[in-house]
Design a protein around this ligand. Structure first.
Ligand code: CUA
Length: 338
């Protein structure tokens, strides 16, 4: 393919459009691919669009020509002669569309095969992704790290995501990293990709899964390998033990947490073993709260703990009935879990 072929020009135009989409802050655009998988899908979309545009152009030109050449003019009584059959024409309009379908099906089938999960090469990172009603759990089996709603991935490394669900069907979708893949109870679906550009990409459950389906969001933080290694190291460290916390409020909050029903559902490394809700061992290090619906600030954590249902309808977390200084101390403890 030469640098000036129509496909290259169209791809260039699309890349420009994608750049505009980025700068205008459209985080859910599918035209700004940031992984090999997303690039293949975008390329297919553009190739098919190119063939579609060509057909559109031919049909419109034929239509305009027909209007000019075959219409009856004012004062002209004789209608244009009709043609009963024309073997040449019939062959042409059978072969023409067949060729078009062939041109579209070749890249489509190629992309379908390419985007299928591959056997991960040596050194791949495997992450278990669990879609819950209504939050995302991410587990890294090689290091034992468990986190929620913020998936950290390195660039330059094959990633295999093993998708599973304990409740209903969800769909894992990060538009800039590739297509949707269903998360189905009772089976493991796989998604393989290599993230190519560092950044933070928005994800969203893309299969209706109950009252808070729209609130089942997440983020993917793609970092260069060194930054990812730092994050991973920090996650492997256990949080500061309650009796070593220096901040008075956070230390008091640690005692409140340890004696509260929070421990039934939430794990904090070295403190509690709950597993029904998100692992909170490094909660304070996350940028968002409640499956990515609000920023992780002390005010929002206080609002969340006070009345989770008001922020995420249908949520399983009950109201704790905490308020005043007790609530403030619990929030200070949670935010200290970096
Ligand atoms: Cu999970 Cu929609």
């Amino acid at each position: 393919m030469t640098g000036r072929s129509p496909i290259t020009s169209i791809l260039g135009l699309a890349a420009f459009a994608a750049g505009c989409a980025q700068s205008r802050d459209l985080p859910m655009t599918t035209l700004a691919p940031k992984s090999d998988l997303a690039q293949w899908i975008t390329r297919l979309y553009l190739e098919v669009s190119l063939w579609d545009s060509l057909i559109f152009l031919i049909v419109i030109i034929a239509f305009i020509l027909a209007v000019f050449f075959f219409s009856t003019r004012v004062g002209e009584a004789r209608p244009p002669s009709s043609v009963a059959s024309d073997l040449g024409l019939e062959i042409a309009w059978t072969i023409g569309p067949a060729l078009v379908l062939l041109m579209i099906s070749i890249p489509t089938v190629r992309t379908i095969f390419r985007s299928q999960p591959r056997r991960p090469p040596e050194g791949s990172l495997i992450v278990k992704v669990i879609g819950h009603q209504w939050w995302w759990e991410f587990q890294y089996p090689d290091s034992g790290i468990k986190t929620a709603n913020e998936l950290h991935l390195p660039t330059g490394r094959q990633i295999r995501l093993d998708l599973e669900s304990p409740d209903v069907i969800h769909s894992f979708w990060v538009p800039q990293l590739g297509g949707k893949r269903d998360v189905v109870p009772g089976q493991i679906n796989e998604l393989t990709l290599e993230a190519t550009v560092p950044g933070t990409y928005l994800g969203q459950c893309a299969e209706f899964c109950g009252v808070s389906h729209a609130n089942m969001r997440f983020r993917v933080m793609v970092d260069p390998p060194e930054t990812f290694a730092q994050w991973r190291k920090a996650q492997e460290n256990a949080p500061t033990a309650a009796d070593s916390i220096t901040d008075v409020h956070a230390a008091n909050g640690a005692r409140i947490f340890a004696d509260s029903p929070c421990t039934t559902c939430h794990r904090v490394d070295g403190v509690s073993k709950g597993y029904l809700g998100p692992d909170l061992s490094h909660f304070g290090g996350r940028t968002t709260l409640a499956a990515g619906i609000v920023p992780n600030t002390p005010e929002n954590v206080a609002r969340w703990v006070t009345n989770p249902e008001a922020m995420k309808p249908g949520v399983q977390m009950p109201k704790l009935g905490l308020s005043g200084p007790q609530l403030g101390d619990l929030v200070a403890y949670l935010e200290s879990l970096k």
